[in-house]
Ligand binder design. Structure first.
Ligand SMILES: [Zn+2]
Length: 696
């Protein structure tokens, strides 16, 4: 990927006005310091989406989306970081000169660009042939019309037709001045080889006499083609696709997603179908939130793509049983990806395309709404029916369903599914739970589930105690907190940390976040303390503690260059340190636009979580109230706390070592350490007491 120089990135971010940028998508109304609108990311009537112009941040209190101006463009347009920067640069007429590339990088970039350009050329060529050539009009256009597609749909999806000729595209490309090799690289031409597999030097067009379905990537560029023959020839594959190339990775593309993405977001569900024509017919019928995995079975990459736009997928299956069995596996992947999966089955012999043409848009939509079933329920019913009367098959079927349930990331839902399954199979729930626990414990399952960072815990012993009691939330970051305040007050406080807001609200603000923290597991104290110094560094870096001494300089001086252990925090610290070395103070507004998602998220979290401090520290209220006015107190407190945690950890380690058999000399050494550490601990506690006293 081409890099945009850092100075230019900063310039773009500082030029971009978040109110203007967001205003292109929603209507903002000013209330107090912030502007409000109905959220562009979820359906709602009363606005819970806010923009703070001063901090150049947005946050939705409904769905939890939050970030800076670049993040907003990424979220709303579903683009990458670099694409979002380019979008902003274009809006503000800033010319992007990308960083000097090595000749190798330049070459690769040119190669890719050339492949995009030649694909675009082919698409236009095929499209022209469909609408303007005799063969294209009679055969290609005739076919599409017969399938009920109108001109507007054909144009939206840029459908085309390839002439029944060996070299029509090659000739056209040559006339237009294209290098043959790009036709080969994109698979538009086929290299003819001899029996030994040697290149004969001869070439021919891959697509001949076919209706062409261009496949777009998420930014709308053509990366490949699907092609359907109209000849009645049994030896010929009905559908032919572009091969994988540098620009076309089948597992990372979904047919129709470019056209469907806004609708998926606003409808909050993505319909998944099998064929190109299913997508086209539904889209034309006004059901625009539809994509196809185009022949290949669903991949993780495709699931990630869907998840950028919605957490909800409804799979529209064709009616035949074999097809359904085959797709069950792909559907398990959807569950694993954390999506809420529903399923619609069409009457035997019908696919979504034929069904919508049979019954019309209105009844089709009604059908989906009334007939869609939760996937696990659907699968349970299906396999239960097949296994009825055969105990061996039944046991297999149950295990099969339990496997799917284990893939659901949400604990409450898993519980409900287990209950359902027990009812469907007529099996005691406790027996089922025992079986389920065996399954999650088995090594193969564990390796599969590890690294997903969730709590797919066992059931049966204290089930449910680990979850927060909240209803399943589609976005883990947006766990809804209890809300004693109005949205606006909460916004002021959580997002922007106005000192006045905090003061005027008195203690009420401590209750909400604290409650949530207590219900969740108690965070590791070290991480809490590391996060706190990082937060002060990021938010108050340039603030003067005393003449000639900034918060950043003070913290670095007190803690040294590499004080943090958690890798992400350590990286963030280093980024700030580099900024200081370059003579700048770290600026949260700029950092919130960092290229890396985890860094951006961290900054946004740090900037918005101001009052969520560990409940274990009595001193919390005092310094939180004063940190804006008295940054040194906040810094001292954070530094002392971090040091104290380190001391306590060292103490714990010493005590742990004492439990094991030791040589006398070693034991005395450890006892000496313990004495020293205890003194230090007391000293730190006393200092913390002083800080608190000064603060009150
Ligand atoms: Zn929202």
């Amino acid at each position: 990927m081409a890099r945009i120089p850092k100075e230019l990135v900063d310039h773009i971010i500082q030029t971009a006005d978040i109110v203007e940028v967001v205003g292109d998508f929603v209507q903002l109304k000013r209330k107090g310091q912030n502007l409000w609108a109905p959220c562009p990311f979820h359906n709602e009537k009363s606005p819970s989406f806010s923009v703070n112009p001063a901090k150049s941040l947005y946050k939705c209190f409904g769905c939890g989306k939050a970030g800076g101006v670049v993040q907003f463009v990424m979220d709303v347009e579903g683009t990458s970081y670099v694409e979002a920067l380019k979008y902003l640069a274009k809006k503000y007429a800033i010319e992007i000169q990308e960083e000097e590339k090595t000749p190798q990088q330049q070459l690769e970039q040119n190669e890719r660009d050339s492949q995009f350009i030649v694909s675009d050329f082919a698409k236009n060529h095929y499209h022209r042939l469909l609408l303007n050539s005799e063969e294209g009009m009679s055969i290609g256009y005739g076919y599409l019309k017969e399938r009920g597609l109108n001109l507007s749909t054909i144009q939206t999806f840029e459908l085309g037709y390839s002439l029944d000729s060996w070299d029509d595209l090659m000739k056209a490309a040559e006339t237009a001045g294209f290098d043959k090799k790009y036709l080969e690289k994109t698979g538009l031409t086929v290299i003819r080889t001899d029996d030994q597999g040697k290149d004969t030097g001869r070439r021919y067009d891959r697509f001949r006499g076919r209706v062409m379905f261009p496949i777009h990537n998420i930014s709308g560029r053509v990366v490949g083609f699907g092609a359907r023959t109209l000849k009645r020839d049994d030896k010929m594959a009905k559908y032919l696709n572009s091969p994988e190339s540098e620009i076309y990775h089948k597992s990372d593309v979904l047919y129709g997603l470019f056209q469907a993405r806004q609708a998926i977001r606003t409808q909050e569900v993505c319909y998944l179908v099998e064929g190109y024509l299913d997508v086209l017919s539904l889209y034309q019928g006004g059901i625009k939130n539809v994509v196809a995995s185009s022949g290949t079975s669903l991949t993780e990459g495709q699931i990630r793509l869907i998840k950028r736009y919605s957490d909800n997928v409804t799979v529209l299956y064709d009616g035949d049983a074999a097809g359904i069995k085959a797709s069950l596996r792909g559907t398990d992947l959807l569950l694993e990806g954390g999506l809420n999966v529903r399923v619609v089955l069409f009457p035997d012999g019908d696919d979504p395309d034929s069904y919508i043409r049979k019954v019309g848009d209105q009844r089709f939509t009604e059908y989906i709404e009334t007939k869609s079933q939760d996937f696990i329920t659907f699968k349970t019913t299906l396999v239960a029916r097949e296994a009825s009367g055969d105990p061996v098959k039944k046991a297999e079927a149950i295990r099969d369903v339990l496997h799917s349930i284990a893939k659901v990331p949400d604990a409450i839902k898993r519980q409900v599914f287990l209950q359902q399954t027990s009812a469907t199979f007529g099996i005691d729930e406790q027996v089922l739970i025992t079986e389920y626990n065996k399954l999650v414990k088995s090594p193969s399952q564990q390796t599969k589930l590890s690294g997903q960072g969730d709590n797919r815990g066992n059931y049966g012993s204290g089930a449910g105690s680990a979850n927060t009691g909240y209803p399943p939330s589609s976005n883990p970051r947006s766990a809804p907190a209890t809300r004693p305040m109005s949205d606006e007050e909460e916004a002021e406080m959580l997002m922007y940390g106005g000192a006045e807001a905090a003061e005027s609200l008195g203690n009420s603000f401590t209750s909400a976040p604290k409650k949530a923290a207590e219900e969740e597991e108690i965070p590791d104290m070290l991480q809490v303390c590391e996060r706190e110094v990082l937060r002060l560094l990021v938010l108050y870096a340039g603030r003067e503690i005393e003449p000639e001494m900034s918060v950043a300089g003070y913290l670095m001086g007190q803690l040294g260059e590499y004080p943090l252990q958690k890798p992400l925090y350590a990286e963030m610290w280093e980024i700030c340190r580099q900024e200081l070395l370059a003579g700048r103070f770290p600026d949260a507004r700029l950092l919130a636009q960092n290229e890396r998602e985890d860094i951006r998220q961290l900054i946004t979290d740090l900037a918005t979580e101001r009052y969520e401090i560990s409940p274990n520290w009595r001193t919390k209220e005092i310094y939180v109230f004063n940190e804006v006015d008295l940054p040194q107190l906040a810094c001292d407190n954070a530094v002392l706390r971090l040091n104290k945690v380190h001391v306590q950890r060292e103490l714990d380690q010493c005590l742990e070592r004492l439990r094991h058999p030791l040589e006398d000399a070693e034991m005395f050494e450890i006892l000496g350490d313990i004495k020293r550490l205890k003194e230090l601990d007391n000293e730190l506690a006393a200092l913390l007491g002083t800080v608190v006293a000064r603060g009150t």
